[in-house]
Write a protein that binds this ligand. Sequence first.
Ligand SMILES: Cc1ncc(COP(=O)(O)O)c(C=O)c1O
Ligand SMILES: N[C@@H](CCCC[NH3+])C(=O)O
Length: 447
Amino acid sequence: MADAPDLSTPDPTVRELLATRPQLSLDPTCGLMMEGVPLSAVADEIGTPTWGISASTLRIRARRLLTAMTGAGLSVSVHFAVKSNDHLAVLRILASEGLGADVVSGGELLRALEAGVPASKIVFSGVGKSDAELRLAIQKGVAQINVESAEELEIISALAVEAGRVVDVALRVNPDVDAETHAKITTGLADNKFGVPYDEALALYLRAAALPGVRPVGYAAHIGSQILKADPYRAAYARVAQLVRATREAGAVVSVVDCGGGLGIGYRDEGEGSPEAFAGAIRAELGDLDVRLAIEPGRWISGPSGVLLSTVILRKAVTGGAPFIVLDAAMNDLLRPSLYDAWHGVLPLSPHDAVQEPEKAHLVGPVCESGDCFARDRMLPPLQRGARVAFLDAGAYGSVMSSTYNARPLAAQVLVEGERWAVIRPRQTVEALWANETTPGWLNGDA
Ligand SMILES: Cc1ncc(COP(=O)(O)O)c(C=O)c1O
Ligand SMILES: N[C@@H](CCCC[NH3+])C(=O)O
């Protein structure tokens, strides 16, 4: 697996971006296609900004992950990280491929159930689950709750006793391993808020074994997101394996290891995380433990399946510098560039634009924040008013992180499969933004 993107190299060309994204192609007449659907036709019909999701990409990538695991001789249950893309259609597709779900809130739990994921295939993670959320998970009978602290263990025990149930729990251990990713999305370092400190995990496991209402079944580890190398996984799993052995030596039963998610994708030229190398790390460190294995991938499955379509509102000239291309999409739609300086590929939808000689430009949204910037000094075909573009690899942590800042309604979403496409979430209306708001009587002149 490769390193992070190297921004000192020239920006990838249209051809280079397309070469690694089989779900997208450039038709000389119709322009940018997702599977068999011209994206311009979608934009013409329902406008922009609009999210597009390729169903076949979700299926292909889910199958590739499963194949990598079985190819390594592993039997692994795959729980899709709902936080990366929680649309019911996405969850339904992945459920039909046999995937379960990893959820981090009561809302995600109910979404997964609504999409047809059985509770027996749902794992509940998260550093702060409310009592109401835990009660819901216990009542629905989720497969396992991943416990992130000693305090949470006691709470779950009490709530399970109250419900007259015994809940399977895994301790999410913080292995204190550097995932070698962006500082804001690393989770497995000792000073991150996640998981039980490594040195305290065994004692807490034994405590769990003695508590009513909970049954400790194993350990979980998730060290971060957008991980491109296998080494951090190996380092983390080696520590988990050590813990499993020590726990067994202490006389407790360990039957599950949840290996977390975090496998990264190639946004620019860094290459994507390899499912085979991920599987290899699991097999090398955990393969001989005789435990049921699970993984929680999100981005690797959903990221490449999505695009965000947008239209150029205007091209603002800058004397002596690169122009600002002002789009109708903004940071409230796709937050990742503003939040993490994330690099997303951009492709024009028009076949004419796609073949023009590139120029340097800044791509920005209309929101009143200087941080509302998708790309600075990006080499792009010249984009004029009305031109349309697609942001690539926007299927993970895209629509789910949108807001309505600046009173901008949530964008529409469409699902593409073969030559079919359908609106799976209509564009939010402006009126819907205040539909649930009320003003107290005294402001309306009432007594
Ligand atoms: C507990 C847990 N599992 C799984 C994931 C999924 O991560 P990713 O989308 O990077 O695969 C996350 C997010 O980082 C997480 O916090
Ligand atoms: N939101 C992050 C990933 C966070 C993963 C959640 N634990 C991103 O867009 O890359």
